[in-house]
Design a protein around this ligand. Structure first.
Ligand code: PLP
Length: 236
């Protein structure tokens, strides 16, 4: 595919880097899903991304997520674009569950039993006839003070609660590595998440962002969440 827009060129470059990281560790690129994190960027940018071939978008704020999905859907129908998935990657407040549920395909930030209960209560009305909501348990693997996510020791209980709720399909674990300028610094964090997921027999790992997605892939990421490398600096 020839890149016809700057975004298409950046997408091709990110895909090339994903393929190279896979090749270094003997993995197949199809094992890695690219979620394009479109937060702060307008629905027009999402169109451009979808036209260039992005199949999954990530958003982290309910107030931004819902209008953007709706705007995208309207235009997508006109332009014949289909098959786009929406991933919610930020902390989900319980009072936003009802708004977000109808539009989310994958939730990356399951982080409390209270959230499980709220989703279970709202899902029948908000997602009638839908499949279980695919989700990841977010883990604060590095133990940072102000980080979202449960402690590694809390995963077992949350997993049990999520399975009991029956409206959730827990696919794996998610983490955000501490910010540093050295991607190698994230490697032990990603390796620890992989070990924790294996302990709980969970097959998927959502880890790796613009600064560290190649290291994450080398450590087993099945989903990478990339914003700036695709869309440039965040707006606002
Ligand atoms: C913003 C965000 C990303 C993408 O970050 P970039 O550094 O722009 O790639 C990934 N995951 C989460 C949870 C985010 O909030």
């Amino acid at each position: 595919m020839t890149a016809t827009t700057p975004l298409a060129a950046r997408l091709a470059e990110v895909q090339r880097r994903i393929e190279a990281a896979c090749a270094r560790v003997g993995r197949r690129p199809e094992e890695v899903t690219l979620v394009a994190v479109s937060k702060t960027h307008p629905a027009d940018t999402v169109f451009e991304g979808a036209t260039a071939g992005v199949r999954a978008f990530g958003e982290n704020r309910a107030q931004e997520f819902v209008p953007k999905v709706l705007a995208f859907r309207d235009g997508a129908r006109e332009q014949g674009l289909s098959g786009v998935e929406w991933h919610f990657i930020g902390h989900l407040q319980r009072n936003k569950v009802r708004d977000v549920l109808p539009y989310v395909d994958v939730l990356h930030s399951l982080d409390s039993e209270r959230l499980v209960r709220e989703i279970a209560a709202r899902a029948p009305e908000a997602r009638p006839g839908h499949h279980r909501l695919r989700c990841f348990i977010e883990v604060n693997i590095a133990g940072e003070a102000q980080k979202e996510g449960v402690q590694p020791s809390e995963v077992a209980l949350l997993l049990e609660a999520a399975r009991a709720a029956e409206v959730l399909d827990v696919r794996g674990l998610m983490t955000v590595a501490p910010r540093t300028t050295d991607p190698e610094a994230a490697r032990p964090v990603f390796a620890a998440l992989r070990a924790l997921a294996a302990e709980h027999a969970l097959p998927e790992l959502s880890m790796g962002m613009t600064d560290d997605f190649e290291v994450a892939i080398e450590e087993g990421a099945t989903v990478v969440r990339v914003g700036r490398a695709l869309f440039g600096d965040r707006l606002g």
